[in-house]
Design a protein around this ligand. Structure first.
Ligand code: FAD
Length: 519
């Protein structure tokens, strides 16, 4: 039988130790070992339904937990139950008979995985099958559903964020195994992948609906318990990677267009890279920006994987090292940032590896803040100037960290924070954790508001979202669409159970219908 084991923890602390939350209990989840794999999976669905029933009965709330890497309180629920899903890591390949006749790829391109499979596990598993994820974040400690649920992204500006390769969602939406609507499998009607018999195997109701899918795919724990996801993968490839310092005057204008036609300063000139990322050290602008480019290459085993003995990998970004900065004496901050960046964020040339090797394990060093805002690409230079001015304003600066820009193709997810078309620029402020830096990033958000720049927040990072910023960042239509889909999928008692203070503060719980936040 599946095991859902009470740990007795009454306090939950996120991975970065940046906040604690009082909870009712934390539970570890384990699949049954003595059933066949599919039975083990469907029994866990029933066990999850049992837990939802108990939570509703007790009038409290619940939250599924992935890797716990999120900086925001979206990952938790005050006085509620948290469920550690990392033990839920079953994987299924699909026989061709399960795939819809109109599907343009094949069953070889698909993999169905349970929610707790980590990005690290997926990279290893897929490599053995000669396959690869289409994109990922810079690190690999997230679970697949934890990463998807906040819209985790890399800088695959031609593809998008993690949720873009998810094509099926198996969600436990209620407590009763006898009610078909309490256990559903959803695909987009516009991108049908499997036949209904696949959902039957999961004992789930088969639903084809774009609006429900697009709302649920980035829903930060609020759309029921996502038990499994169907992923599209691609044949294994290599990434050929470079990081250089660049002072070319052509760089900054290019960030507004991502037009590589005249990018002669890049390692492969006008060839369009798969990944393109810029990091600015505001204390050392004269020596140029750090430009990371990665080009996709056909897989061959004739390569040497990257050397990570220094403790840093080629895919690591600022969160991997910025916690090493000290903010104790503001006047020393520029020198300290310069030294830490020089030691930890080195340039490199023609480093080659699979996705899993390039974006490998990240060791967290020190306590840090990472906040990331999505915005239209054409605003990038205006925003960068604002951030550089803020760094020079001695009421708030100097900034004990670095600024990074990544670019992500616009998402189809209703509340995906990378929704600006055609590409969203994601500005990241990564810095050491201190009261001074908390004030700095709040001022950064205020200056974006003042400048009238539309922006959204990464759901899983330090987040200054409120109702007003929610409306400005997404527009009422997206917000209403997300809430409508949530109403359609979850009955009121279940919606209450999956509420938390964050989505309440953002105006996502209330929809004019009588319902109260339970704490
Ligand atoms: C070192 C480091 C590097 C990072 N790099 C990047 C990066 O490059 N790009 C980027 O975009 N982000 C990055 N992040 C942020 C990180 O990817 C997100 O916070 C991500 O959501 C964390 O995933 P997780 O598995 O830890 O999920 P958690 O933090 O545990 O949870 C995230 C959300 O998913 C929900 N959830 C989890 N499992 C389920 C489930 N089964 N059903 C329903 N809801 C569920 C949770 O309730 C929560 O709301 C980084 C974070 C760290 C610590």
């Amino acid at each position: 039988m599946p095991k859902i084991v009470e740990t007795g923890s009454k306090i939950w602390e996120n991975r970065h130790l940046t906040f604690t939350e009082e909870i009712d209990n934390l539970y570890d989840m384990w699949n049954s070992a003595d059933d066949d794999v599919l039975t083990s999976y469907t029994r866990m669905s029933e066990a999850i339904q049992g837990q939802i029933g108990e939570v509703i009965g007790q009038g409290i709330t619940l939250r599924a937990l992935g890797g716990g890497w999120t900086w925001s309180r979206i990952a938790t629920c005050h006085k509620g139950r948290m469920y550690n899903t990392k033990g839920l890591n079953l994987r299924f390949s699909l026989g061709s008979s399960l795939v819809d006749d109109a599907y343009t790829d094949t069953n070889q391109d698909l993999i169905f995985v349970q929610c707790g499979v980590s990005i690290h596990e997926l990279n290893l598993y897929l490599k053995r099958k000669g396959r690869s994820l289409k994109t990922s974040g810079a690190s690999n400690g997230q679970t697949i559903v934890g990463a998807m649920s906040t819209g985790t992204h890399g800088s695959a500006f031609g593809f998008g964020a993690i949720q873009e390769f998810v094509v099926g969602l198996h969600i436990i939406t209620g407590p009763d195994p006898q009610v078909p609507e309490h256990n559903v499998y959803i695909e987009r009607a516009s991108h049908r992948v499997t036949k209904p018999v696949f959902a039957e195997k999961l004992k789930a109701k088969y639903i084809l609906n774009d609006d429900l899918f697009n709302a649920a795919v980035v829903s930060f724990g609020s759309f029921g318990f996502i038990h499994g996801v169907l992923l599209e993968t691609e044949p294994l490839y290599l990434l050929e990677c470079y990081r250089q310092r660049e002072t070319s005057p052509a760089l900054r204008p290019m960030l507004e267009t991502l037009d590589f036609a005249n990018a002669s300063f890049l390692p492969h000139g006008s060839e369009i890279p798969h990944h393109f990322q810029i990091t600015f050290n505001p204390h050392d602008m004269a020596n140029g920006a750090y430009v990371t480019t990665m080009y996709k290459r056909a897989y061959t085993d004739q390569y040497s994987p990257p050397d990570t003995t220094s403790g840093f990998g080629p895919g690591d970004d600022a969160p991997a090292f910025i916690g090493l900065v000290s903010d104790a004496i503001p006047a020393s901050v520029p020198m300290i940032v310069n030294n830490v960046v020089k030691a930890s964020y080195k340039t490199f040339h023609n480093v080659v590896g699979t996705r899993g090797e390039i974006f490998g394990d990240t060791e967290l060093r020190g306590k840090l803040i990472s906040t990331a805002m999505g915005m239209p690409m054409e605003e990038v230079n205006r925003v960068l100037n604002l951030m550089l001015e803020l760094n020079g304003d001695n009421r708030f600066g100097p900034f004990a960290g670095v600024y990074a820009l990544r670019f992500v193709k616009s998402t189809a997810a209703t509340l995906g924070f990378t929704h600006f078309a055609p590409q969203t620029c994601v500005l990241e402020l990564d810095c050491v954790w201190s009261q001074r830096m908390l004030k700095f990033i709040e001022e950064a958000w205020r200056r974006l508001d003042e400048a009238g720049i539309p922006y959204t927040f990464h759901w899983g990072k330090q987040c200054g979202l409120n109702n007003d910023r929610m409306i400005k960042g997404y527009g009422q239509e997206r917000i209403d669409g997300w809430k409508k889909a949530r109403r359609e999928l979850l009955q009121p008692a279940v919606r209450n159970a999956f509420n938390n203070q964050q989505i309440d503060a953002w105006g996502l719980c209330h929809d004019g219908l009588p319902e109260t936040l339970l704490t």
